[in-house]
Design a protein around this ligand. Sequence first.
Ligand code: FMN
Length: 202
Amino acid sequence: MHIDPQEIDPRAVYKLLTGSVIPRPIGWISSISPEGIPNLAPFSYFNAVGEDPPHVMFSTIRPNNTNKDTLNNVLATGEFVVNMVTEDTVERMNRTSEMVPPDVDEFELGGLTPIASVKVKPFRVAESPITMECKVVHHYTLEDHKNGGATIVVGRIVLFHIDESVLLDDYKINMQTYRPVSRLAGANYAKLGEIFTIKRPI
Ligand SMILES: Cc1cc2nc3c(=O)[nH]c(=O)nc-3n(C[C@H](O)[C@H](O)[C@H](O)COP(=O)(O)O)c2cc1C
């Protein structure tokens, strides 16, 4: 079956896309407004982009041509923190996705502990075992004729915080103790399933 995304409703495209591109890692992005109000929200249009130098990207949709608070903060300050989501924090992550006015602190809403970052102003989530302090290097808005499109933000990682409980020798991450959670479609999430190994051809 062929489906032309131009010919179906954007909600249907959303279901096709987010059901097909799975599992998606979740970038739980903390930011801060120029006035100093902390913000925290999850984004599963998120991934790592290269390692030398290390970058991540996330994308926010722009419903009715409006920026989400995260985007406004990140564009205004040029800084954000990625907090990785685990089985222990997934419920609280979900609470921070509530659409609330910009003056609401989602750390409080989610019952999470903000701790100061080292190189950027936004707070980190203390409950997250892996966090990355980032500086914005690029942003680009994908235009859409029906709605507000989406804005991609690329940030350079300037500092990793890795809890020793998830760190093995030689900078490897311990999957058993890390227990990351990814997003599937709609309200569905996934834990790590069976892990298997395939050696790369030489
Ligand atoms: C698991 C999860 C993933 C999400 N991924 C995205 C995303 O990739 N892009 C987006 O615009 N919204 C995404 N959302 C919705 C935002 O988190 C939500 O709109 C949030 O209220 C934005 O907060 P803010 O206005 O403080 O930035 C996601 C929500 C959940 C629960």
